[in-house]
Design a protein around this ligand. Structure first.
Ligand SMILES: [Zn+2]
Length: 125
């Protein structure tokens, strides 16, 4: 316990050791991180590129933005079915969209999670 509040002479803080002591002491009330991944898929790397939100235009870090791919239908479904029966090829280009967190929540790509669920990794959708 004393380790956390003792002022160290050295400026370098061993983050892994602090986290380990938090786990051992069951001090999860005072966790240093809100989310296990800090809301990003960055990991240990320094920086990543920046993308713009498709909806609002906000600049978001590439590893934080939510990427959504969808297919664009150029022809109406019933008409496409008829054309395809006659042997026509109908292209359906894929559309890539990046959303900022607030837009992803607005479009229900993400959901607000409880404090326990926030620390779980894996697929969100
Ligand atoms: Zn946005």
């Amino acid at each position: 316990m004393r380790y956390f509040f003792k002022k160290s002479r050295h400026r370098i803080v061993n983050f892994d050791r602090i986290l380990q002591e938090y786990k051992e002491a069951n001090l999860f009330m005072f966790m240093p991180l809100k989310r296990a991944s800090r809301g990003r898929t960055k990991g240990g790397k320094g920086s990543s590129g920046v993308v713009q939100c498709t909806n609002c235009g906000q600049t978001v870090p590439k590893d934080k933005a939510k990427k959504v791919t969808s297919k664009l239908n150029l022809v109406e479904h019933t008409l496409a079915k008829e054309l395809r029966a006659q042997g026509a090829y109908i292209a359906s280009p894929t559309v890539l969209k990046h959303y900022c967190i607030s837009c992803a929540i607005h479009f229900k790509i993400l959901k607000i999670r409880s404090a326990d669920n926030r620390r779980k990794r894996g697929k969100l959708r």
